[in-house]
Design a protein around this ligand. Structure first.
Ligand code: HSE
Length: 309
């Protein structure tokens, strides 16, 4: 058995506009670095290797600890595990920070123990960490983090996950305004009921986006990045949101929406130069508002987590 595995676990964009809780994709960067090691005594130990952020060190409070505990229980192992977490994805940024730690840790333990489980089985275990972090066991971050590419969660009970194709020239721009938004809070404010008119428009967009990915139809992908249910509510929590979105579209983005529960915005573009210009255009708004921000430009990560040497 290997003694330790060092994993890169990518950031992810959940919802992808219209697909609340059912669509997500993985980025090439940023990503958390998780080192999973075998220890001599049973139990899980968490080590924080992140200089700028405190993380829960109690494994029962830590998303990675909870996911690994569920993993060991599932395979009936009493192996002692140390999980060293170096967070490169800022907590509360809306690009799957808690999911990357949970997904990276179960992926690492699975490698350490000789890969007894398939990636699809790891999704359900990583979701348990997600539940502790946000109050809801949604899979639209952990599934793309573990499987890579675009992923559709067709159904939760039982879990039915479908990997979607990814057009070659798609680039994602993330603008992270540094205001912290807790997923739990951003979920609590959502309306519990929607009109049939909004539902019809939303599922048209979801189907359009999925069709656009299959057909490599960038125009259709762009037209389908419309969310009439969640964005009107959550955008109220993000200062400058509508202006930044307008700026992204002016720079040539195919579409732009909130990444996961926010506050990050994501935009898709058809080439890298446009994706970079989109980031600069969006940033103008946050400069004006004097809100610190970070920009990431990335291709879609089709591989999911990777082993680092
Ligand atoms: N689908 C989840 C939400 C993703 O929007 O609350 C959270 O990152």
């Amino acid at each position: 058995m290997k003694k330790a595995v060092r994993v890169f676990a990518p950031a992810t964009v959940a919802n992808v506009g219209s697909g609340f809780d059912i669509l997500g994709f993985a980025l090439e960067g940023p990503g958390d670095v998780i080192v999973v090691s075998a220890t001599g005594t049973p139990g899980i130990t968490i080590v924080n290797a992140t200089p700028y952020s405190a993380i829960p060190l109690d494994p029962k409070q830590n998303t990675a600890g909870i996911a690994v505990e569920a993993y060991l229980e599932k395979i009936g192992s009493e192996q002692g595990i140390e999980i060293r977490i170096e967070k490169k994805i800022r907590p509360g940024s809306g690009i799957g920070s808690s999911s990357a730690s949970a997904a990276g840790a179960v992926f690492g333990v699975n490698e350490l123990l000789g890969r007894p489980l398939e990636a699809e089985a790891l999704v359900e275990l990583a979701m348990q960490g997600e539940k502790a972090a946000s109050g809801a066991a949604h899979a639209d971050n952990v599934a793309p983090c573990l499987l890579g590419g675009f992923v559709l969660v067709r159904r939760y009970d039982p879990l039915d996950i479908i990997r979607l194709p990814c057009p070659k020239n798609l680039y994602c721009t993330i603008l992270h305004p540094q205001i912290e938004l807790r997923t739990e809070d951003a979920r609590r404010i959502l309306k519990r009921e929607i009109t049939l008119k909004d539902a019809t428009r939303q599922w048209g967009n979801i189907a359009g986006l999925v069709a656009g990915l299959f057909m490599e139809d960038y125009g259709l992908i762009g037209r389908s990045l419309e969310d009439v249910i969640i964005e009107p509510v959550r955008s109220l929590l993000i200062p400058g949101y509508h202006e930044a979105k307008r700026n992204a579209m002016d720079a040539g983005a195919l579409g732009c929406s909130i990444s996961g529960s926010g506050p990050s915005l994501f935009a898709l573009s058809q080439d890298e130069a446009t994706a970079r210009q989109v980031g600069e255009n969006m940033a103008k708004v946050f400069k004006k508002l004097e809100i610190d921000h970070e920009i990431y430009v990335s291709k879609i990560n089709e591989a999911g987590p990777s082993i680092l040497n």
